[in-house]
Design a protein around this ligand. Structure first.
Ligand code: F6R
Length: 234
């Protein structure tokens, strides 16, 4: 039974406060929450706000959702660095699991992420929304039963990522937790802000589910909340 909820909040501080408060409420109800967290730009103010209550995270575990491949080790826009800057290095955690796409034995690295997921599942996946409907780095056409994998990025994703890298790097691939495990998370939140996301929100929430728009597959999820600001819902 699908239970997609659409929560629309005024853009700016009100949106950030609402999502951060909901996250802290989840942690209060289940301190040992196992979270899979996106980076990109949308969730960062939410993490900043939630990190003001560091004690809330002490028993929680975090799995990084995805990571770009082939980056220099000190690249500040890697998903790992970004999540550390905005949350992981600011709060105590029971466990933080990042992804190393450049591991010598990538197959073993992918397996170990799947093993982490199999060790208790994902209680809450906090996701952003790609302009093409991607979730993590699961681009249009990704298999709904796919697990953690090395994936090629869509041309629009490669181009869009230049907002983060500002010419320092041009990643064309990455490693992402697969759709199977995101769709199997006990609860999924999709965070989308700004008018530029409005069309893909409609395609994801109001149209039939299709693998051409990975986010639309969440229509069949039993506990999915879309946290939109009013421009993204326009
Ligand atoms: C990042 C990620 C991506 C982004 C998406 C939206 O970890 O998984 O799927 O969530 O590309 O990015 P922003 O929030 O920058 O618009």
């Amino acid at each position: 039974m699908s239970a997609v909820r659409r929560v629309v909040i005024a853009a700016g501080d009100a949106w950030v406060d609402a999502v951060a408060t909901a996250l802290l409420d989840r942690l209060a109800a289940a301190p040992d929450l196992r979270m899979c967290l996106a980076t990109g730009s949308t969730p960062l103010p939410v993490y900043d706000r939630a990190a003001r209550s560091p004690e809330s995270f002490a028993q929680a575990s975090v799995l990084l959702l995805d990571e770009f491949g082939g980056l220099p080790a000190d690249e500040p826009a890697s998903c790992d660095c970004v999540l550390r800057d905005h949350l992981v290095d600011r709060v105590p955690l029971a466990e933080y699991r990042s992804i190393d796409p450049d591991a010598d034995d990538l197959a073993a690295e992918l397996r170990s992420i799947d093993t982490w997921i199999d060790g208790g599942g994902i209680d809450l996946a906090v996701l952003g929304l790609g302009r093409n409907g991607h979730l993590g780095m699961n681009e249009p056409g990704s298999p709904p039963d796919g697990r953690t994998a090395r994936v090629d990025l869509a041309p629009t994703t490669i181009e869009g990522a230049q907002r983060y890298f500002e010419g320092r790097a041009h990643p064309k691939w990455g490693v992402t937790v697969g759709l199977r495990d995101l769709l199997a998370a006990r609860e999924v939140w999709v965070l989308a802000t700004g008018a530029a996301k409005a069309d893909i929100v409609v395609a994801s929430v109001d149209r039939p589910a299709t693998t051409d728009v990975p986010a639309s597959l969440l229509r069949n999820h039993p506990e999915c909340t879309w946290w939109l600001d009013d421009p993204a819902d326009s």
